[in-house]
Structure formats: C-alpha cells, structure tokens
Design a protein around this ligand. Structure first.
Ligand code: AGP
Length: 591
C-alpha cells in the first residue's frame, strides 16, 4: 500500500503541487517518498528514505510531475528502492502500488536483454519493460499507452502503475487491485490513489476500474479497456465535500483529534441512522445466512456484532476478511454479506465482496469513504459519516461501526429507541473519559506500565472481541507486545505468561460476564499480576480502575476508549508517532 500522486497540466510548479498531495497521502505508506519532473527531456528526481514531514523540493520548474509514498514490499527501505524508478536512459519514471509476483523471471529476462537494473524493486522492472516495448512499437499518438498496456499484461499479481514519459509529455496509468482516480481540474489533470486528496483541487473525479488504463496529456485524457485495447468514454463522478475538517487543526496529532470527535459523532449517528439500520435489519430478517467480515479493527467490530445479533436471536457467521474464502461454499442468492471497512479499500475485504457477488449474494457495506471501491461495489451502504480518519489507528470509525451494528441488532428486536438512548449516554460517558481528570489517571497508569514488554487484555462475550481490539490499539501505537484473550481461556495456557507485576487489563462491565471476569482478575492477582480494571466500580482485585459507567447496551462502545487513551499515553511516553506507527499504513491494498 503506497500513495500515488501525479499532475499533468498548466501549473508552472507541478513538483510542489505533487509534494503537497503526497503529504496528504502519507498515511498510505511512509517508508520513503519521491517526486519526478521533466527537465529538458530527461527525468529529474528527488527521493528520500523516511517521512515527508515539512520537506520541500528543489526540483526544476515543470508542468508535469509524478510522486509516490512507499510501504516497502520488494526490496529494503533505501534511497535506491524509493520510487519513482527509471528506465536505462532516464526518460521514463514509474511508480507502483502492488506486488509483481513473477518479479524474478522478469528480472532475469531484462538482465539478459542488457538492461541496467539499479534497485531491488519489482517496480523498476516495469520501467524497463515499457522502455523495451516502446522501441518495438511504431510511432503513433497511442505509442506510450500501447506500450504500457502491453507491459502491464506481462505482470502477475494485483498491481497499479503510473509512468511519466518526459519526452512525449504524457502520463499513463493502469489498474488492477489498489485504487486510482483522475481529478479533472481547471489547470489540468491530477492522478491519486485516494480521491479524498483531490477534493481541494476539484470535485469532478473519474474512478479507474480494474483492467482499465488512462492516458493523460496537458490537453486531454483517454481511457482504455486493457483486455481489448479499445477506448472507453470516461465516467465523471461529482463528489460532495466532506463535512469535517481533514487537517488536525489545533490538536497535537490526528489521533487526539479523532478520539475527541467520537462523542458528537455518536450523538449524530443516534439521531441520523435509524432508517439505515432498519433497512439493514430488514435485510438480515430476509436473508437465509448472514456473514460479517472485516480486517483489523473492522474485523473486531464484526466479531462484536456476532454476539449482538445472537442476543437479538439471529445466528450470523463472523470471519476476518483474509480467512473468509473457507465460507465461500455456503454463499448463495439468499446470503447477505455485511462488509466492514473504514477505508473501503482493504484488499481482503474487496476480494471477499467480489466472491460473494459471483455467488449471487447481497452485500451491505459499513464504510467511511464515499466513492471508495467498497462504497461503489456494495448493494447497500451504511455510511459511517465520521469524516476523514487520518491516524493509522482506527478510533472514531471503530466506535461508529459498533454504534451502527448495535442499533441494527436492537432494530432486529424492535428496541431501537432503547439503543439510541443508550448511545447518547455512552457519548456523554466517553466525553467524561476524554476529559482532563480521567486523562490524568490514565497517564499515571501508563507511566506505571511504560517499561513493561508484555500486556494482556481479558474480556468475555462481546468484550472478548473488545479485548482483542484493546490489545491491537496498545501494540500498534506503543510497540508493546499486547495480547487479548477470552477470559475463559486464562487457565488453558495464558496464565503461564503471568509473572509478578505483569500488567493485565480486565474488561468487567456490569453484565452477565461480570462475576466470571472478576474471578479471572483474582486468579491473575494471585500470581502477582498488576490488574487494571475497566469497570463501573473499583474492585478489591484491581490495582487500577478506569471507570466506565454502565449506560446500557452501548457501554460496549465506551469500553473501546480506555485502550485508545492508554495506547496514546504509552506512545507519548515511549516517543512514538501516534499517527504513523512503524511498518503500518492506513489502507491495506496489497495481499
Ligand atoms: C486499526 O487501528 C488498524 N489501522 C487496522 O487494523 C485497520 O483496522 C484495518 O487495516 C482495516 O482497515 P479498514 O477498516 O480500512 O478496512
């Protein structure tokens, strides 16, 4: 998963324009970045390892530029392996998102043909392939796009590529897998791997579909079907501007901004979403089988929903996106697949959705990004409506997914208003948790844990899934090894991990699991573990208690917030970047 941004038009300093686009795309990959422009018939390039931060560029003025932010797949994190990658003569600059699975074979063939390969990347091979094919094709207005499509057909795996030919003054992109779109601006054409970063320039967007290529010149664009080579009529979609700010305003980072937005967003969901959730509940009632899928935090929200729907008398099947293929045989025309994805671009979820459609199933999506691939491919979409989420950690999107699924489960049992009231009470309690006095308490707990290498989180019922989510938040932002367990599994092995002062977080809400959760806490205590209770009241076993009031069914949502805050404080104490944790990215578009 990488960020791609390109420009072709009248703007005198395309490098600057492209660099500001990359800064907004950096959550898609931040191992290295690079920009290429045209400089008297040759590519001039500026590329670096690490995050862009406040970097500027000294590239020459040019009205065409191509940029990239990298999440390393093939080849180490180095200047040589940063994109764009060049052909032998410095005429073509290529950027890429994906994995070329026949890389080794292509590398051998190109080396045998005498190409000078400078990097370890699969991407560089694409530049040399196009270089080869350009030489083989007769001159024509479509020579570059024909060469690029022919090169693309030689690649195996899911790939999205863009090439800038500084001699022809043309840019060509081809897509299969990760997202790419074209912005139609007054001064020219923009190309990006996330349409949201184009909305400052234009609202008129053409989304590239799998198997399509696009040719951009200063004075026009053409779209092609790669299988037939035929030209297509470009589709232009007018996208509404997001309601919420996409910059971090006065907040120290996006994680803080997005955590603080949760209470108001939950109140708005309680107010606005009833028609959506009633529709989804009706579709669940009509379906023979219901499947819930998602990855990471979205997967955890789907896992919680399995318990919520069971409480409403509906058996549903939950699966993490990458493991869903084992349930394909059970999909049919009376199946409903509910796909959760904040970005709407997670490759494992998109592949599962495609497989579901191929088997006649109906797909409902809970997603946050209007115009995303999931948004456009689902039969029915429930918008999370939380505005852009820039921090890699899912916070407001997770609580919004839980809120929509909770409301749906109560719509199923005809008690929607009860859930809406509880949701508003949860919003108030989250506001209290995000307030100064509870932050101070959580900072003190983080202080006591910051030097620990391992943290365990226990929960029962739907809080088992929230224990997994809490552990995910702590590990992905603080890099402490945190692991979540079903409380009942403690004595089946986990207990061997408990040593004196081992931090153990216990989710102990006032529900049917309360007594058993406290019993687990006592057993950990007996082995010297340090207990951090997340509960309505302090308990004798707890060394620390993060108080979460019992506000009814939506207490589940409040229970996600303590680990957000604890993870954040641990990250601050350990000097980690809360928005862009190492080795991660916000949108996972490669397998
Ligand atoms: C969560 O904090 C992580 N960033 C990650 O697990 C994320 O939830 C996962 O990649 C799924 O993303 P999606 O919701 O955009 O599909």
């Amino acid at each position: 998963m990488c960020g791609i941004f390109g420009y072709m038009g009248q703007h005198p300093n395309a490098a600057e324009l492209v660099l500001s686009g990359l800064k907004r795309l950096e959550y898609q990959g931040y191992d290295s970045w690079g920009v290429a422009v045209s400089d008297h018939g040759h590519v001039a390039i500026d590329k670096h390892v690490g995050k862009i931060g406040a970097a500027t560029t000294t590239l020459p003025l040019s009205s065409m530029a191509l940029g990239h932010t990298r999440w390393a797949t093939h080849g180490s994190v180095s200047d040589e392996n940063a994109h764009p990658q060049l052909d032998c003569v410095g005429r073509l600059a290529v950027v890429h998102n994906g994995i070329v699975s026949n890389e080794a074979q292509l590398r051998r063939a190109l080396a045998r043909a005498g190409h000078r390969l400078r990097s370890q990347t699969d991407t560089e091979l694409i530049a040399h392939l196009i270089e080869d094919l350009l030489e083989q094709l007769p001159e024509s207005p479509e020579r570059l796009v024909q060469a690029t499509m022919a090169a693309f057909r030689k690649l195996r795996g899911l790939n999205t590529i863009t090439v800038l030919d500084v001699r022809r003054g043309e840019m060509v992109a081809a897509k299969s897998g990760s997202p790419l779109c074209v912005g139609h601006a007054e001064s020219g054409y923009l190309l990006a791997s996330d349409h949201a970063v184009l909305l400052d320039h234009t609202r008129r967007i053409s989304f590239l579909h799998d198997g399509q290529a696009v040719l951009l010149r200063r004075d026009g664009m053409n779209v092609y079907d790669m299988a037939s080579g035929h030209e297509l009529t470009p589709e232009i979609t007018q996208i509404a501007a997001p309601a919420l700010r996409s910059d971090r305003g006065e907040h120290p980072d996006f994680m803080t901004k997005e955590m603080l937005e949760q209470p108001e967003l939950l109140r708005l969901l309680a107010e606005r979403s009833p028609s959506y959730v009633r529709d989804l509940a009706a579709r669940i009632d009509q379906a023979q089988d219901v499947f819930l899928i998602g990855c990471g935090s979205s997967g955890h929200a789907a896992h919680v929903a399995q318990y919520l729907f069971a409480r409403a008398g509906r058996r549903v099947h939950y699966s993490t996106g990458s493991e869903f293929s084992y349930l394909y045989p059970f999909l049919g025309s009376r199946s409903l697949v509910i796909a959760l994805s904040q970005s709407g671009e997670t490759i494992d979820v998109l592949q599962a959705v495609r497989a579901a459609h191929e088997r006649g199933a109906t797909v409902a999506a809970l997603t946050n990004v209007e115009g995303s691939t999931l948004w456009r491919s689902a039969d029915f979409t429930l918008p999370l409506d939380v505005g852009p989420e820039r921090c890699v950690l899912a916070t407001k999107s997770m609580s919004a997914q839980l809120a929509l699924l909770l409301l749906t489960s109560y719509a199923l049992s005809r008690q929607l208003d009860l859930a809406r009231t509880s949701l508003c009470r949860a919003a108030d309690d989250i506001e209290r948790l995000l307030g100064a006095s509870s932050r101070t308490e959580i900072q003190a707990i983080a202080h006591s844990m910051q030097a620990r290498d391992h943290v365990y989180v226990l929960g029962r019922g739907p809080n088992h899934a929230l224990a997994l989510e809490s552990a995910l938040k702590i590990k992905e932002v603080s890099y402490i090894h945190a692991e979540g367990f079903a409380g009942g599994e403690l004595k089946h092995g986990v207990m061997a991990l408990i040593e004196p002062r081992t931090p153990c977080i216990v989710l102990a809400p006032q529900d049917e699991t309360h007594a058993d959760s406290l019993a687990s806490a006592m057993q950990v205590k007996a082995r010297g573990g340090t207990l951090i209770g997340i509960a309505p009241e302090p308990q004798p076993a707890f060394d620390h208690c993060i108080r979460v009031n019992d506000v009814g069914p939506a207490t589940l949502i409040t229970n996600t917030v303590p680990a957000q805050l604890l993870g954040y404080e641990l990250a601050r104490l350990r000097g980690r970047d809360p928005d862009m944790p190492r080795n991660l990215a916000k949108t996972i578009t490669v397998k």
